[in-house]
Every structure is written in structure tokens, then in C-alpha cells.
Design a protein around this ligand. Structure first.
Ligand code: OAD
Length: 233
């Protein structure tokens, strides 16, 4: 792969699997025993905000028990060392890319370590539990706070920026994602239409594999450092 200047990388749950965070599709459609509609939709939050806060509080607290793996660390190194631009887009709401050394991460599905006030749109770093009693640090509204997570039926974050990066990239790499959830699942076709090479690194073939010019199957902790070494050599 020569003459690569701009790389866009999309990661999904598979890159954090070997750190001990369960992927979505492997959990049999349940997240920690809850249906997706209960804990990952605006309607679920409106119906039972206490349950939804508890669900994300547990997931946020669980971040303190996991560590970035060799794949996160390799991408952090790539972003810091590569002479061109590496746009790192993740569907993951964990902070393992940042802890793996990446300094510029686009969290298109939000972040566990962020809070959001639906009343004034203020965002802030949230390391502690949220509850229906939490007060917004900006507008002091009580009860309007939610986890800063993009739920089903909501628009992912920073789509303009992502699309600009896809338009200008020479190489698009998808890592550890099943290609089941749009718009992320469509990035490969966009990148291809804009003239980029496309590479998929995933444990197994996915429903999007046919759209990639090259697919490699195996664990992320093996494939990603190998690929990063080849780009930096
Ligand atoms: P999925 O759970 O759908 O897919 C994870 C992918 O990672 C699968 O294709 C696995 O084969 C692969 N995988 C598992 N272990 C791996 C490993 N060690 N190395 C490499 N690959 C591995 O997760 P996502 O594609 O991230 O959305 O899911 C996309 C979105 O669906 C999530 O962001 C979430 C969910 O609903 C929202 O929350 C909005």
C-alpha cells in the first residue's frame, strides 16, 4: 500500500473484545440481560430513566476494570507517528482508544464518560454515576440529564466531519465491526466511491465483507499491530 496520505479507520466492539468488553451481536441481542429497546432508545429512557441510568452507570464503572489492548495501542501509535492524517472514528462508547494513546478520536455513538443536558445541550466529562436527581452543571436543571450516548433512532455525531474525511481518504480500514448498523456500515461504499482502497480486519467474515477490496480475518490484537507495522515500515 504505497502513496497513502489520509487514512480513515472505523472501529467497533470487536476491537475492545479482547480487553473484556462484550460485543453487541455476540450477546444474543441482550445487553446485560436488557432488551435494546429498554436501554438504548429515547423511548426506553422516557419510560424508565432510573433503569437506563443504572445500566450506563454500571457500564461506565466497568471501564475502570479494563485496559486497552495491543490493537488500541497500535492505532494510538499510528495516529501519533504516521506522517499523513489518521482519522479515527469509533462506534464504541468506551475510552480505550484514548487510553491506548490516540489523541483524536471521533465517538460517533457517544461516550460513557460524557454527560449531556437535554435542556441546554451542555456536555461535560462524567466519571461518576448519573441519576434522575443529577443537576446540570451549566443550567442547573434537575432531571434533564442523560448519558451522552447515541441511541437507536438518533443521529450519530460528527457525520459532516466523517464524510469529509471519507471523501479525502486514500485508505479506509474497518476493524472489529459487524457492518450491521448504519450509517457506519455504509462508510466502506462511500470511501470506495471516492476512490479509496478498503481493508477489513475482523475476527470472521461479516455481512459487509464483499464491499471491501481486501479482508483479513483474525483477532484484532494480532491483525491490527501487524497492519500498523506494515504501514509504518
Ligand atoms: P457487533 O457486536 O455488531 O460486532 C462486533 C464484530 O467484532 C463482530 O463482527 C465480531 O466478529 C468481531 N469481533 C469479535 N471479537 C473480535 C476480536 N477479538 N477481534 C476482531 N474482531 C472481533 O459490534 P459493532 O459492529 O460495533 O450502536 O456494533 C455497531 C453498533 O451496534 C454499536 O455501536 C451499537 C450497536 O447497536 C449503538 O449503541 C448506537
Amino acid at each position: 500500500m504505497s502513496n497513502i496520505e489520509n487514512i480513515v479507520i472505523l472501529t467497533g466492539a470487536g476491537i475492545s473484545a479482547e480487553s473484556g468488553i462484550q460485543t453487541f451481536r455476540d450477546a444474543g441481542g441482550l445487553w446485560e440481560g436488557h432488551r435494546v429497546e429498554q436501554v438504548a432508545t429515547p423511548e426506553g429512557f422516557a419510560a424508565d430513566p432510573v433503569l437506563v441510568h443504572r445500566f450506563y452507570n454500571l457500564r461506565r464503572a466497568a471501564l475502570t476494570t479494563v485496559e486497552p489492548n495491543a490493537a488500541h495501542i497500535a492505532l494510538g501509535r499510528l495516529q501519533n507517528v504516521f506522517a499523513g492524517e489518521v482519522t479515527l472514528v469509533t462506534q464504541n462508547v468506551d475510552d480505550l482508544h484514548e487510553r491506548g494513546g490516540a489523541s483524536r478520536v471521533i465517538h460517533m455513538h457517544g461516550e460513557l464518560l460524557s454527560g449531556f443536558c437535554a435542556a441546554c445541550s451542555h456536555r461535560w466529562r462524567q466519571a461518576e454515576d448519573l441519576s434522575v436527581e443529577t443537576v446540570c452543571p451549566a443550567c442547573h436543571t434537575v432531571g434533564g440529564l442523560r448519558p451522552d450516548i447515541v441511541w437507536f433512532g438518533e443521529m450519530p455525531y460528527q457525520m459532516d466531519r466523517i464524510e469529509r474525511a471519507l471523501r479525502g481518504c486514500d485508505l479506509f480500514v474497518s476493524i472489529g465491526t459487524s457492518g450491521a448498523v448504519y450509517p457506519a456500515a455504509g462508510f466502506v461504499q462511500l470511501a470506495h466511491a471516492y476512490g479509496a482502497q478498503t481493508l477489513e480486519l475482523n475476527l470472521e467474515p461479516t455481512q459487509g465483507s464483499a464491499f471491501f477490496s481486501e479482508t483479513r480475518n483474525g483477532p484484532a490484537t494480532q491483525l491490527v499491530p501487524e497492519w500498523v507495522n506494515s504501514i509504518l515500515s
